[in-house]
Every structure is written in structure tokens, then in C-alpha cells.
Design a protein. Sequence first.
Length: 304
Amino acid sequence: MATWVVVDQKDGKVKKASLEIISEAKKAGEVAAVVFGPESVAADVAKYGADKVYVIEADVYPVDQLAAMIEAEKPATVLFAHTMLGREMASRLAQKLGLGLATDAIGMDLAAGEFKRSVYGGKVIATVKVTTSPVMGTIRPGVFEANENPAAGTVEKPAAVDTPANVYQTVKGFEAAVSARPDLTEAGVIVSAGRGAKGPDGVALVESLADMMGAAVGGSRAAVDAGWMSHDLQVGQTGKTVNPNLYIACGISGAIQHLAGMSASKYVATINTDEEAPIFAITDFGVVGDMFKVIPALKDALKK
Ligand SMILES: Cc1cc2nc3c(=O)[nH]c(=O)nc-3n(C[C@H](O)[C@H](O)[C@H](O)COP(=O)(O)OP(=O)(O)OC[C@H]3O[C@@H](n4cnc5c(N)ncnc54)[C@H](O)[C@@H]3O)c2cc1C
């Protein structure tokens, strides 16, 4: 019995989080991707290991239709990315089918129907077993790698299922947040600001470095709670999980809740005045110094 991954896509572009789940699930056996959107998405998901792609051309995500497909095909497991869309759809589906659901998982054992979840502020990793069938879970973005593993995937259009449309809500449209910078969860390079940025001017300095590098901007909860940055830029346990090639932490101490969101980064560079700051324990390139001096020097060096 296959694992189904319900793909989060927007305007035909698949979220990396969905590809990460497909890549990981493929290690355990057969994977089918379920796409609500254009057929063009099928080729992308097959590249990451989907053996079968169900394409349902729809503008919205019809929970009723997905529930009917699950009852007809009986997959062993149904997974979603723990994105806004995945969270909403998975919880509605679990409620509709009367199923257990493990949310925001950071690890999974598909054969056992078990998920790892970080609880009590990241101090404990709980193993949660879902005992209903299919097993359902949402997976935190960034915890697995998306690796190309092409499968000769077949594309199927499921038979039209006669179900009432979801009458509880209709989506009238989406308004994109306007930002010229890359998305945090997809970025190859992230420059992040913490309390050490001391205010909006320090954050602007961090942003100027990010823009020079074509990087995304992130922040610690301290910087976000102070109102210097918007909440959607928070990295960490209660923010976003990221796994860029390079994460540059400016004025961030490295609290466990921050590390929970970025310690999967390939390389970590740190600028911090305190050589004892915990973030140095996971730092590959570190500068003990004042970010208000180090960042301008770094920008000058980059210009050259
Ligand atoms: C349930 C829970 C969930 C949480 N979730 C998150 C989360 O998702 N993300 C998150 O980030 N935090 C989270 N936190 C908060 C976390 O515990 C820390 O309080 C927070 O990460 C600290 O942010 P910071 O490193 O920017 O600030 P601080 O810990 O105050 O560190 C500031 C750092 O800046 C350095 N510094 C000061 N001046 C300069 C300078 N001029 N140049 C260079 N360095 C300088 C200092 O040496 C220090 O290391 C959570 C906490 C709880 C309890």
C-alpha cells in the first residue's frame, strides 16, 4: 500500500516542502503524489520519486474529493507539508474521516506509523503512533532533503467523484505578500537578525547584506517580538524551519528554540560580540565582533 503525499503548489510551482516529503517517503516504498492543480506539476513531483501522480485540476483544495479518493484507494499513509495549506487540509480531512493525525512532525517511520514531534520547547522529542488507517501526518518543512530520484511516474486522473463541494468556505483568491526577496523556506542563503541588531536600523543593515547576496532575510523571535521585523520572518521552533546552504546569524545568541529552526543549515556563519554565545557551537565560520562594524566590512569585501 502506497504513501500519498498531498502536494502544496501555488501557480504551478511546487513547494520544496512537498518535494522533501516525497523524497523521504520514497525511501520506504511506493509513493503517490496528489496534485490539486495543473498537470504540468506532475513532471516536477515525478523527478523527486513519485511513482504515481494523481492530478485533479482544481483551483481550490477539495477536502471532500480527497476523502472520497482515500476511501476508494485506501493508501497506507497520507502526508502533508506542515504549511498553511497542509495544516488546514489535513485537519479537516482527519475530522471528516475520523482519523488520528500527527502534526508538525520532524521525523517519521512509515512502516510503524510513527512520527517524531518536538515538545516542551524542544526539550523532549516525543514519538507519536497513529493507530487509525490511513496514518496521517503533517511534516515540518526543512527537516528532510529534497533529492532528485526520478521515477517513471504515471499520471492519472482519478474518476470524478460525486461529492458535494465544500460548502463551509470558498477561497476567493490569494494576495501575495510583496517581497522581492526569496522565500525563507526555499532560500539557498539566509541572513538573519537578532536582538543584537538593536532596532530597525540594525535590521536594515542585515537586509542590505541579504540584498547584496540575493539572500532571504530571517530573524529571531526577539527581533520579531520587538516589532523590528514581520512575524512571517521568524526562524525557529514557533517560526519557520529552514535548511539553506548558508545561514548567517547576526546578533543571535542561539537559544535552543532558534536552533530548532535552522540547525539543519549546511553552513552557519555567525557575527556576535560574545564568544561564549551558544550559536558558536554550531558555527562553521564565526566572527567575534560588532555586527555594525563587521557587516559593512563584509559588504565592502563582497563589492570587491
Ligand atoms: C516556547 C518558546 C518558543 C520559542 N520560539 C522561538 C523561535 O521560534 N525562534 C526564536 O528565535 N526564538 C524563540 N524563542 C525565544 C528564544 O528562547 C530566545 O529568547 C530568542 O531566540 C533570543 O533571540 P536572540 O538570540 O535574538 O536574542 P538574545 O538571546 O538576547 O541574543 C542577542 C545576541 O546578540 C549579541 N549581540 C549584542 N550586540 C551585538 C552586536 N552589536 N553585534 C553582534 N552581536 C551582538 C549578544 O551577544 C547575544 O548573543 C522561543 C521561546 C519559547 C519559550
